[in-house]
Design a protein around this ligand. Structure first.
Ligand SMILES: Cc1cc2nc3c(=O)[nH]c(=O)nc-3n(C[C@H](O)[C@H](O)[C@H](O)COP(=O)(O)O)c2cc1C
Length: 339
């Protein structure tokens, strides 16, 4: 019986002998452990006889913070990559068709699966890292990761998506300035605060019911821009490496592909004992995204996601909650699984 939530990357309950749709459904809890902005989990999966369709759920799009839908499609790419890694781990061969049906506007990807023959190019340590990965919003140790480790992370990129890592203090200073300014601008915007407050109130960051509601009120009614800027500055002062995932342009396809690369980088970092913290306020404001673009050297110049990377001091934040699996899968499971 498939698990309703993949608390560990374990295949103990995987229905190895079941028909293909049942096996495909059992992979989806691993897809939903992917990161997403504000933990909005803006995805829906439709399981067919030999494929899974990955849809964007537009009513979970952050219309204020993510007006151009960049993070929406990056988040979809993260979930898609987890699905491919999990499929590979159970020996399924996959083929991805991106935006395969022009009439189905929410359909971001169709993953065709065949019963045998995964090449384990994606599984293994990356699969094991799926359930351990989490956002670490803490100071990092000041010593940088080993160059060989950074080299492996950079090679997660492809011809259409590059991974740019920088330990240059001048880049760090400029990114810090831009982040502090972006924090101030966002908290000064009541619509932005209202949206953040609404998601916090839904409990997406895992606080209890009462705390979530109190945090919602605080965010919606207080201008916390200066204090957020100070705490981000403190975090950035203990950040040995800054990273960017970049593409040539800004199409939904490029953003999904950027999300896939980002998730691979994050899982590989996790597998190697590193911690990662996306920090995207600079990319959410057009003028500061433009300023970040000038920090990039190389052919591809559209920044899709920015992050801090380093060795964690602490074990990291508690795990954030996920939507119940039946809420994100069509058709829902007929038998109730263990909770
Ligand atoms: C596209 C994207 C953008 C994100 N931006 C930020 C950010 O700017 N600041 C932040 O603290 N976390 C950011 N996150 C992390 C999410 O908040 C996090 O993934 C989510 O709360 C789920 O928690 P988890 O990563 O621990 O599973 C981002 C994640 C994604 C995928």
């Amino acid at each position: 019986m498939p698990p309703t939530t993949a608390r560990e990357s374990t295949l103990e309950t995987f229905p190895w002998r079941a028909d293909l749709p049942t096996r495909l459904r059992a992979l989806l809890p691993f897809a939903t452990l992917a990161p997403s902005s504000h933990n909005a989990q803006p995805w829906r999966f439709v399981v067919a006889d030999d494929h899974v369709d990955v849809h964007v759920e537009l009513d979970r799009w952050l219309r204020v913070a993510d007006a151009d839908q960049r993070e929406l499609y990056v988040s979809i790419g993260c979930a898609l990559e987890n699905l491919l890694i999990a499929a590979d781990e159970v020996g399924l061969r996959t083929r991805v068709g991106y935006f395969p049906d022009p009439d189905a506007t929410t359909l971001a990807a169709r993953v065709q699966m065949e019963g045998a023959g995964g090449d384990h190019a994606r599984g293994g340590p990356l699969f094991a890292a799926i359930s351990r990965r989490r956002t670490v919003r803490e100071r990092f140790r000041d010593e940088p990761p080993a160059p060989s480790q950074l080299g492996s992370l950079t090679s997660c990129g492809a011809s259409d998506v590059h991974v740019v890592l920088s330990a240059d203090p001048a880049v760090a200073r400029r990114f810090d300035e831009l982040t502090t300014r972006a924090d101030a601008l966002q908290f000064a915007d009541p619509a932005w605060r209202e949206e953040l407050g609404e998601w916090i109130g839904r409990g997406v960051y895992g606080h209890g019911w009462l705390l979530s509601r109190m945090a919602r009120l605080a965010v919606a009614h207080l201008n916390l821009g200066a204090s957020s800027g100070r705490s981000d500055h403190a975090l950035l002062s203990h950040t040995p490496v800054l990273g960017l995932i970049v593409t040539a342009g800004d199409t939904p396809l490029e953003r999904v592909r950027a999300g896939q690369t980002f998730e691979r980088v994050w899982l590989l970092a996790e597998a190697g004992g590193l911690a990662l913290h996306p920090m995207n306020q600079t990319l959410q404001i057009p003028a500061s995204r433009e300023a970040v673009r000038t920090l990039i050297e190389g052919d591809l110049r559209a920044p899709q996601i920015a992050f801090r990377l380093g060795r964690p001091l602490a074990t990291g934040d508690a795990r954030s909650p996920r939507r119940p699996i039946d809420e994100v899968v069509d058709p829902p499971t007929t038998e109730p699984g263990p909770t």
